[in-house]
Ligand binder design. Structure first.
Ligand code: G3H
Ligand code: 13P
Ligand code: NA
Ligand code: ZN
Length: 328
């Protein structure tokens, strides 16, 4: 059944687990997430970015959501807009069958200019009010994602803040977070604490000076009933990096968010954990390996199958590691 983000995260909070939210762009990724949820008896959050909607087409995506629910009627599914940049993006997601939206007002609608508190709270509050009228949920974001190592906003996928940011901008302020949730009435709040999108998050295994899990604790202490969201939470597993590079890839060495740090965050109010990069790497590694071993193959089904199995394996691991398994 299609459920809202609020329904899923309230349940997660009550039972003390975290929900991975996996990005999808096509049928294969949707089927991989659903198979992992079924296998582990977990609920589902699937999310589509603006780029995913442009790639897959809104009509196709809306039918993919319906297909997921029809295929697995017993699995609770939340379909979420990832990083909506405007009211129009968020509302059109809902009219296309999404049950939840992120209004990311931490940046202006251009996706690269850091926004002030008032702009963010105003636009996010409007989206929350409208989404609640139709039973959908809203996630907001306060603080700008980027690296505490370099001060750079994450813009490698063509979105994210431009230029060098201050530590103040890169860490969500607890007092502002309280004000923001009160004013906007969001169902979940994404906070900045040193993670960034994509594969290149940290130059070494992160320690507390660059991955500020302490900030999650400080915010959770101020608002124990607010569901917190971690973006940029791929772990960038070394084994997936090694498979890609063993079969012709050229990804530089890099480090993600260790699973044990996410689990620590879940102990302090993190309920939604966004993961895209790990799934991308699993798919790419499987396809590179397949073609290295079977260069004569040309049937797309032959390489899509191992790619889907690799993504399903990552999803299964996160469901188990975050404690969502068994709560489907
Ligand atoms: O926001 C980051 C997600 O990984 C989605 O990425 O905008 O390339 O689809 P995307
Ligand atoms: P990763 O790039 O770490 O997978 O983050 C995904 C994300 O935050 C999507 O909103
Ligand atoms: Na999101
Ligand atoms: Zn994100």
């Amino acid at each position: 059944a299609l459920v809202s983000l609020r329904q899923l995260l309230d349940h997660a909070a009550e039972h003390g687990y975290g929900m991975p939210a996996f990005n999808i762009n096509n049928m294969e990724q949707m089927l991989s997430v659903m198979a992992a949820a079924k296998e582990t008896d977990s609920p589902v959050i699937m999310q589509a970015s603006r780029g995913a909607r442009a790639f897959a087409n809104d009509i196709v995506l809306s039918h993919l959501i319906k297909a997921a629910i029809e295929l697995y009627p017993e699995v609770p599914v939340c379909m979420h807009q990832d990083h909506g940049n405007s009211e129009a993006t968020c509302l059109s997601a809902i009219t296309n069958g999404f049950s939840s939206v992120m209004m990311d007002g931490s940046l202006k609608a251009d996706g690269k200019t850091p926004a002030d508190f008032d702009y963010n709270a105003t636009v996010t509050g409007r989206v929350a009010e409208l989404s609640h009228m139709v039973g959908a949920s809203t996630e907001g974001e306060l603080g700008v994602l980027g690296s505490l190592e370099t001060g750079m906003g994450d813009k490698e996928d063509g979105h994210g803040a431009e230029g060098v940011l201050s530590k103040e901008q890169l860490l969500t302020d607890p007092d502002e977070a309280v004000k923001f949730v009160k004013r906007t009435k969001v169902d979940a709040l994404a906070i900045a604490m040193g993670t960034s999108h994509g594969a290149y998050k940290f130059s070494r295994k992160p320690t507390g000076d660059v991955l500020a899990i302490y900030r999650i604790k400080e915010i959770h202490e101020r608002m124990p009933n607010v569901h917190l969201v971690m973006h940029g939470s791929s772990s960038v597993p070394q084994d997936l990096l090694d498979i890609i590079n063993a079969y012709g890839g050229q990804m530089p060495q890099t480090f993600g968010v260790p699973v044990e740090e996410i689990v620590n965050g879940i102990k302090h109010g993190v309920r939604k954990v966004n993961i895209d990069t790990d799934c991308r790497m699993a798919i790419t590694g499987a396809i590179r390996k397949f073609f290295a071993e079977k260069p004569a193959e040309f049937d797309p089904r032959s390489f899509m199958k191992p790619a889907m199995a690799a993504m399903q394996k990552v999803c299964k691991q996160r469901y188990e590691e975050f404690g969502a398994a068994g709560h489907g």
